[in-house]
Design a protein around this ligand. Structure first.
Ligand code: FE
Ligand code: FE
Ligand code: ZN
Length: 304
């Protein structure tokens, strides 16, 4: 079975149960969720998240808990040169891993960090020391930390496979470190995922090892290869294109790996309204059919 879904939200009182409902409404067989707002670190108590009801609904639909992915908030930075802030990131990630485990997720996606002018090497060192603390404090957990491939904007670490390898090599015990391969980010970082995914994967395999891939983020990109911008586009309307992304989604080597869409919501052409629509149902349907529909964005707007 194709493991495909999108990021969904924790909405209102329904919390995690609402996430499952949203994913099922898109025809998804996997999904990703933030345990709260991605841009802050305020989190609700686990016992208010309606986890048991969510699990029951997801499994009754025939899907596996291990195809649910959590994403750590993107404001946390394990490479933070301020030791107080780095400690906060460590403690927060430990709690995120506990929440992820309670939710049944197998992977928590983490942006490795930003070196904020210390230089990549010093940043990697801090990430390694931070991860060592986190891995130790969560020893025995079933949750892997999936280091995301980054676009390389600002001082982001993780723009090259070598930087991720350095992190994996640096930690004391890398068994629970995996990789989240983001198609937009790797393209923006300069890898030719559009024309030569097989070549990119050969390189990935040499540097990191294909079996480390725990999650794919499937996004088109608004910018040309190597632009280091990180602006996601809807499938087939960006610089990567539908065919390349579709081939990745259906790649036989990664059938067991959940693929998650993080493409932008569709806005009205007419800027006078603020209405936005999720594209995921249509994008998932196109991937299942292996067929691009050039009018899908127009259709989403029409259906309102
Ligand atoms: Fe991310
Ligand atoms: Fe991503
Ligand atoms: Zn991104």
């Amino acid at each position: 079975m194709l493991k495909i879904g999108s990021h969904v939200s924790l909405k209102g009182d329904k919390m995690f149960l609402g996430s499952v409902e949203e994913a099922l409404s898109y025809g998804a067989s996997a999904f990703m969720v933030y345990t709260g707002a991605p841009q802050n670190t305020r989190r609700k108590a686990l016992d208010t998240m309606r986890i048991d009801e969510a699990k029951t609904m997801w499994q009754a639909a025939g899907y596996a808990m291990e195809d649910i992915v959590v994403h750590a908030p993107y404001v946390m930075n394990l490479a933070n040169p301020d030791p107080v802030k780095q400690q906060f990131a460590i403690d927060f990630l430990v709690n995120e891993i506990k929440r992820s485990e309670a939710m049944g997720a197998k992977e928590i996606v983490l942006h490795p960090g930003a070196h904020v002018k210390q230089g990549a090497e010093a940043g990697i060192e801090r990430i390694v020391s931070g991860l060592n603390h986190v891995l130790e404090k969560t020893e025995g957990s079933s949750v892997n930390i999936a280091l995301e491939t980054m676009a390389g904007k600002g001082t982001e670490i993780g723009r090259s496979f070598e930087e991720l390898r350095a992190i994996i090599d640096g930690v004391n015990d890398s068994r629970r470190l995996t990789v989240c391969f983001d198609t937009c980010h790797t393209h923006d970082a300069g890898y030719d995922v559009k024309e030569d995914f097989e070549g990119v994967m050969e390189e990935f395999d040499k540097v990191i090892g294909k079996s480390r891939i725990g999650v794919f983020h499937i996004n088109d990109s608004k910018n040309v290869r190597g632009a280091m911008k990180d602006r996601h586009a809807n499938l087939g309307v960006g610089e990567i294109g539908f065919d390349a992304l579709n081939a990745i989604v259906h790649h036989p080597d990664f059938a067991q790996v959940p693929k998650i869409l993080e493409t932008p919501y569709v806005t009205e052409d007419d800027a006078s309204t603020k209405r936005i629509y999720p594209p995921y149902k249509a994008e998932i349907a196109m991937l299942k059919a292996r067929q691009f529909d050039a009018s899908f964005i127009e259709d989403i707007r029409k259906q309102g």
